[in-house]
Design a protein around this ligand. Structure first.
Ligand code: FAD
Length: 441
């Protein structure tokens, strides 16, 4: 038995862990599963209990790493355990980029499909599922099925949190790039209204955009932000002699193996936020590498340990456009309560995929990291859940570790439809996870 947690390091549970090396081994393990069922796991970057299965079997898919690229069409066929980190190292020097990347490269293709990940380009390009042309799934009977967007099971699997089967392969379209650099504009906003106005008016000029919000700023500065927006740079924007497609990302720092609880407190985070806000000098046309633009956190290996042994809660919700009052209400409450969130990120979502349990809907999404030991946190977030649900919004299942089954059913109105498709594919309920049990999925 192995003790597993998500990236937030809360709620550990023990499971039998197996690391299949082929689709056949996946099928064999699924066929032999006990009545505690099977959950697939990638690199464990979901924050809560999605890739855990207490007392059952967890299939670590990271040994499934084959891939190929059709250089004329940009279609990639990748095994589910391949990380976006390894894929980018192969693709970028060949002039291609993944269609969507989350804020870390250390996720697997299977994890990206199962949570239908979004990136800074959701307003322009939607989420990962929109770029898939087919999937291979090992089903509850241990059969291998190839699914396309014409199949209901495809859209139950995209964003389906691994509960329809084990994804073993995905085919998706990549984006041609001339260089491995980004052309970036940086702007600071005065307060939340200024942030929302600026993003609404000018986000569409960029393929990638994100706002970092200083949650500890209060009064007239509440919601002040640093906007970082950009596009892939062209060859003519690089200095002469630069290798246009050079890409060698890595982590340069290692977080200490242990950190005291409470290291991130209002004092340290306020000082960090102030420095970050001031350091972000407004600029246009900065040329920056892919890694610092998309994955700044990946420079510090194991940064999640900085939260101490209590771990942390990531709270990410989306509310539809027109429900900005709910967003303001939550930001002002967090600011008034002095809730410490080291990294608070706001994005605008565009068109959703047909994924039945996919998180993104057109609207505003806010993500915050809060140390788990904070007194009163559970009650505060429960209150926010109610406001988000009332506004027609939802919490991201890949980040969640605490929501109730009742709220999940309200937030995900296609849950019944998804259950019907899932039940047809897996009538005995072979695929399970701690998250699925907690939310009665
Ligand atoms: C620093 C950081 C930044 C992030 N930024 C973003 C972001 O910007 N946007 C975003 O959308 N997400 C973001 N995430 C969340 C992350 O992208 C997702 O949780 C992703 O699913 C993690 O991939 P993984 O391989 O680690 O999957 P895991 O965490 O191991 O698993 C996640 C889910 O996928 C399922 N799964 C995994 N592999 C398979 C498979 N082969 N077959 C079937 N199901 C499978 C699991 O059962 C589980 O339900 C971020 C996470 C971190 C740590």
């Amino acid at each position: 038995m192995t003790l597993l947690t998500g990236w937030g390091r809360t709620a550990p549970t023990a499971a039998h862990l197996a690391r299949p090396r082929s689709r056949e081994e996946v099928a064999e393990l699924v066929r032999r599963a006990s009545d505690r069922g099977v959950a697939a796991r990638g690199l464990g970057r979901s924050y809560g209990d999605a890739a855990q299965n207490a007392g059952g079997l967890v299939l670590d898919c990271t040994a499934l790493t084959s891939w190929s690229l059709d250089e004329t069409t940009g279609l990639v066929t990748a095994a589910a355990g391949l990380s976006l980190h390894d894929l980018m190292k192969a693709l970028v020097p060949r002039g291609w980029f993944v269609p969507v990347t989350p804020g870390t490269r250390h996720v697997t293709v299977g994890g990206a499909v199962a949570t239908d990940v979004h990136g800074k380009n959701h307003h322009a390009d939607s989420s990962f599922g929109a770029h898939l042309t087919s999937l291979t799934l090992v089903t509850a009977e241990g059969d291998s099925r190839t699914l396309t967007p014409a199949d209901d099971l495809f859209w139950a699997t995209v964003g389906g949190m691994g509960l329809t089967g084990v994804i073993t392969e995905a085919v998706f379209r990549c984006v041609p790039i001339e260089t491995s650099r980004m052309r970036v504009d940086v702007e600071r906003t005065r307060d939340l209204d200024h942030t929302l106005e600026t993003m609404t008016a000018t986000d569409d000029r960029y393929r990638y955009t994100v706002a970092w919000i200083d949650l500890l700023a209060s009064g007239g500065r509440m919601g002040r932000s640093v906007l970082t927006r950009g596009d892939h740079a062209g060859r003519d924007e690089l200095p002469r002699g630069a290798d246009p497609l050079a890409f060698a990302p890595g982590s340069t720092l290692k977080a200490p193996p242990w950190a005291p609880n409470g290291l991130l407190n209002p004092l340290t985070v306020r000082a960090f936020n102030e420095a970050w806000y001031r350091r972000a000098r407004p600029a246009t046309g900065l040329v920056q590498g892919i890694a610092p633009f998309f994955h700044p956190l990946d420079f510090v290996e194991g940064w999640n340990r900085v939260y101490g042994s209590n771990g942390f809660v990531q709270y990410q919700f989306v509310v539809p456009f027109g429900e900005e009052t709910t967003l303001r209400r939550i930001v002002s409450r967090l600011s008034a309560e002095g809730v410490v969130s080291f990294l608070t990120v706001l994005k605008r979502f565009g068109q959703a995929t047909p994924g039945m349990l996919s998180f993104p809907i057109p609207g505003w999404t806010l993500a915050l990291d809060i140390p788990a030991g904070r007194r009163g946190l559970a009650g505060l977030l429960r209150e926010f859940d109610g406001w988000v649900a009332e506004a027609g919004g939802r919490i991201y299942l890949a980040k969640d570790s605490r929501m109730s089954a009742r709220d999940a059913a309200v937030m995900y109105p296609r849950l019944q439809e998804w259950r019907k498709v899932r039940d047809e594919a897996d009538p005995a309920g072979v695929f399970r996870s701690d998250l699925a049990r907690r939310l009665a999925l």
